[in-house]
Design a protein around this ligand. Sequence first.
Ligand SMILES: [Zn+2]
Ligand SMILES: [Zn+2]
Length: 260
Amino acid sequence: MHYLVITTGSCGNCYIFSTGEDTIIIDDGVTFKKITEKMAEHDIPINTVRAAFLTHLHPDHSKGIGVLQRKLNIPVYISKLSRERNESIMIRQKIELDRLFTYDYGTPIDIPGFSIVPFPTSHDSDGAAGYAFSAEGIDYFLMTDTGVIPDEAWDLAEKAKVKFIESNYDEKMLEEGGYPPFLKERISGRYGHLSNREAMDFAKRTSRHGDSVYFVHLSANNNTPQIVRDLARKEIPSGIFCRVCERGELFEGFQDGKEG
Ligand SMILES: [Zn+2]
Ligand SMILES: [Zn+2]
């Protein structure tokens, strides 16, 4: 498996997973040009993309999806609740509703090369989701934009060898920073984002020797990659590979442990 974090954070989010023959895209908050360029650079043929999945409909995760849907003619999946509650956003983002597929949380979706299990997250976008999936016999897990760890996430993350986990903010930086109180409350609240400490604790408790953990969606204002790296070094046992995906950074990895 070949994975590509095209970018992560409030500037845009886009994750690509490819077996070489089959590819899925999770979230599309970037331009179609950027996706095609980066995939070509990393030798992932665009005609292997089988489907796209959205975690939620905030623009940093979904603003490119309408164009992607039209250019590639692929199914796009969101939760039933997200479809029901966010019609005006979808129209604004020019998402083609007749080619939008919906799911119930917990029900596996089988597409060529992948079996995907969506689970609910807790965010201020109705119907938000995280994804666990398996491909080539390996389990993966991706959870971003959630104020609390959903109950469903624990077992799925424990099973996964490779995890992508939001590590959004440092508690002290958020508290002492210049954000207005309502925004601080939104971020740290039940429907906001995960703090470094919450992310680290979750990663530690769900990972075993040989697993890989990628920390994603770091805040530009309330976090630094160095803080997350230091915390990971302190908290996560050696033998678990940790990598902080910096905001806007392209990251490429392989399941076999070669990290590039
Ligand atoms: Zn969001
Ligand atoms: Zn986000």
